[in-house]
Design a protein around this ligand. Sequence first.
Ligand code: TZP
Ligand code: MG
Length: 219
Amino acid sequence: MNLREKLKLYVITDRRLRNEVESVKEALEGGATAIQLRLKGVPTREMVEVGKKIRKLTEDYDTLYIVNDRVDVALAVDADGVHVGQEDMPVDVVKEIAPNLIVGVSASNLREALEGERKGADYIGAGSVFPTRTKEDARLLGLGGLREIVENVHIPVVAIGGINHENIREVLKVGIDGVAVISAIVGTKNIVEATRRMKEVIEEYKGRGTKQLTIILIN
Ligand code: TZP
Ligand code: MG
């Protein structure tokens, strides 16, 4: 499976909402295509411990596994990649020290997205698309800003921030490769079901796009 496919439904952990191992198990069961381990203010030793458990689970489901912020932890737990923000290690430096890791970079405007691409990022995490309560310092990108990024970068774009079952179609319409979600999935009682429902919308949407394209081609 190529990277665009693997980024389709990207579920991010948040222990304020649910324990990581539990939430990852359920999200995988529901059909998540990528998992990001996001731990803030947690001792490195614990990150490695939890990170290894999640490696095992994601391996069983053949799912992409990304560690947030920390290149050392990503390498230690044998993750597939690392996701860096604007204040983390620069993408080109990550690529120098860990050439085999997939690197995602957060962008809240077109300039940051283009810079990430130029420095060698494999995908862009673009947001916040909608207001979010999950990340305090999130800057609002909006649907317009998201569209601008999608139209100007060549690497895959994953939309993030405030995405839920009600507004996901508006995001898919922009033509992104994937959606990254915390609260609408990890913050629900039944994570399996919440993941499954979101995956269905994504597949339904992408399926429709392909059919339309086929019709245009045979016309
Ligand atoms: N980066 C930009 S917005 C955000 C992150 C990590 C939080 C996304 O969480 P939610 O609950 O899906 O809005
Ligand atoms: Mg970060």
